[in-house]
Design a binder for this molecule. Structure first.
Ligand SMILES: NC(=O)c1ccc[n+]([C@@H]2O[C@H](COP(=O)([O-])OP(=O)(O)OC[C@H]3O[C@@H](n4cnc5c(N)ncnc54)[C@H](OP(=O)(O)O)[C@@H]3O)[C@@H](O)[C@H]2O)c1
Length: 262
């Protein structure tokens, strides 16, 4: 654990680890020697991931099959797991809400999104914080969206709940003790199942072909492409590493330069 990049001896609980950006974050943490518990609803994918985590460098792995929408069961399962094996790192990643204008969103859609993001995050921080305090080392990283800074058209519920998460994390940053940080990663367009779903939705709505929708997104960033999930996962892993010890309460975009703000 001497290198400022090494996470050997650390244990991360990674939500949304069954696919996409959460899975890539789990693998990037394993590359730094971190042990990983993946959490999601799809147990088969989590089990398959465990072998890949070991191959990437994780000393130990586990899977928790849990639904972030069922906070009572979530708190029980995670609490029991962490009592036996405390974690010092928490990655908060989950599925994005379905697309649509905010005027068309139902109360139920907003409530579910708030629960899956803010309430689940609150429950998971409560569960992991004792282990972080005992270790004198803690890293909480949320995976949000550039919509924290620049709302994206037709992602009404997503924009709203990302804003809430950004405010939640910044508030938390002021309350956590020294050595325990929270930061947000804001991915740009990234090649995951969610992006494929969004592209199909835009294609159906506009009559464009899916490849043209994706090419349009790629063209928005000076990097002129869609990100590989590993490129986002490694930003998460950096923020979890000792090297990021003075980075706190920040929202860091990995968007190929798409946002124009300084
Ligand atoms: N891809 C992009 O271009 C992009 C850009 C900006 C922001 N983001 C945001 O980054 C996050 C991850 O994106 P992604 O593209 O990797 O999404 P994804 O491919 O849809 O993966 C979402 C992950 O969250 C898990 N999940 C969803 N609902 C859950 C629930 N109720 N309980 C437990 N786990 C749940 C899924 O696992 P199970 O289904 O197995 O539960 C899966 O592992 C999302 O919030 C997304 O909106 C993505």
């Amino acid at each position: 654990m001497n290198s400022p990049w090494s996470l050997q001896g650390r244990h991360a609980l990674v939500c949304g680890a069954s696919r996409g950006i959460g899975r890539a974050a789990a693998l990037a943490l394993a590359e730094l020697g971190c042990s990983v518990t993946g959490l999601a609803r799809d147990g088969a994918r989590l089990t398959a991931l465990e072998a890949e985590l070991v191959a990437a460098g994780a000393a130990r792995t586990a899977s928790l099959v849990a639904d972030l929408d069922d906070r009572v069961a979530l708190a029980n399962l995670v609490g029991e797991h962490l009592a036996a094996w405390p974690a010092q790192i928490l990655v908060l990643c989950t599925g994005g809400p379905k697309a649509g204008p905010i005027l068309g969103a139902t109360d139920e859609e907003l409530l579910v999104a708030f629960g899956r993001n803010v309430l689940a995050s609150q429950a998971l921080v409560r569960a992991t914080l004792p282990g972080m305090k005992a270790a004198g080392y803690g890293r909480i990283v949320t995976v949000l969206s550039t919509s924290v800074k620049e709302p994206i058209d037709n992602l009404g519920v997503g924009n709203t709940v990302r804003g809430a998460m950004g405010a939640w994390a910044k508030t938390l940053s002021g309350e956590l003790p020294p050595g325990i940080t929270v930061n947000n990663v804001l991915p740009g367009y990234t090649d995951t199942e969610r992006l494929s779903d969004l592209a199909s939705g835009v294609a159906a709505r506009t009559g464009k072909v899916v490849d043209d929708v994706r090419a349009g997104w790629a063209a928005l960033a000076p990097e002129k492409r869609i990100a590989d999930p590993a490129e986002i996962g490694r930003v998460v892993a950096f923020l979890c590493s000792p090297a990021a010890s003075f980075v706190r309460g920040q929202s860091i975009a990995a968007d190929g330069g798409r946002m124009r703000g300084i």
